[in-house]
Design a protein around this ligand. Sequence first.
Ligand code: GDP
Length: 308
Amino acid sequence: MLLQVSQYSECLNLTDCKNENIRNLAIIAHVDHGKTTLVDALLKQGKVFRSHQQVGALIMDTNPLERERGITILAKNASVSYGDVRINIIDTPGHADFSGEVERVMNMADGCLLLVDAVDGPMPQTTYVLRQALQQNVTPMVVINKIDRPEARTAEVVTMIQDLFLELATEVEQLDFPVLYASARDGYATADPGVPGTDMQPLFDAIVKSVPPPGGDMAAPLQMLVAALDYDNYLGQVSVGRISNGTLRMRDDVALLARDGEISTHNIERIFVFRGMERVEVPEAYAGDIVAVSGLDACIHRRYHNFD
Ligand code: GDP
């Protein structure tokens, strides 16, 4: 059952209105390098907003194609609060088959966290997604994971990553990325590989410091970029995207510009923001935030045609 907006008003935090307190971070990792474990560790330590009801279960159904192939196709977002800051975590497909998807998903991010296994080092798929992130000028940071493993060759892996950045950087500032060292499994990160960490705080601090806030103007006319699509049995098609400017309100009429240039008007039915692993319904959302919206069906049909 979906709940009424009023039941979620307690989840609306005033700090949400200031977008300097938002960080939109895409996580890039080769499969098995520890993305799921790292996000779990961040969620465990950060203040996770949990609704008391099961709203998430309805809309976070696994995509059948994804289940079949065992890889991430649709963007699955989460968010975690650290002090006053809310970090939206944007999952990225780590597979070159979904190049258009990677590009669209990366449009929602201001920063990207490249997560690399301290034994394996960077892998081809990591390189592919990092290249895309740097081309889109997303601010990078690096986390070397699994430093607890006895076979870890951390210093060597850092050198490999530096070489990779030299090859892929499109701007000289991209070479000035922070490097952290972590054991996502054991729940710690550290800025100094010689000093074992105790918790994830150094990583939270590095994210808040190095990822730029989203910018955008809440009072400006609404602009939103739809980056990913989802389907929910109850809501129908759901568009996931980032509000670049203005305020998105339930029941607002919006004009939609499709990729082919066609313009159509739609009524915003429901708006969800991300809290922890769940989507929470809100009456309005603001520039800088990442939202899931129902009511834009016509556009999505066209996009689905494009996927064929
Ligand atoms: P994902 O495919 O990137 O989401 O990777 P997972 O988070 O599922 O992790 C893949 C495997 O690596 C699992 O068996 C994890 O338990 C293990 N793993 C993740 N982080 C660490 C770590 O920091 N240290 C060690 N030793 N193993 C880890």
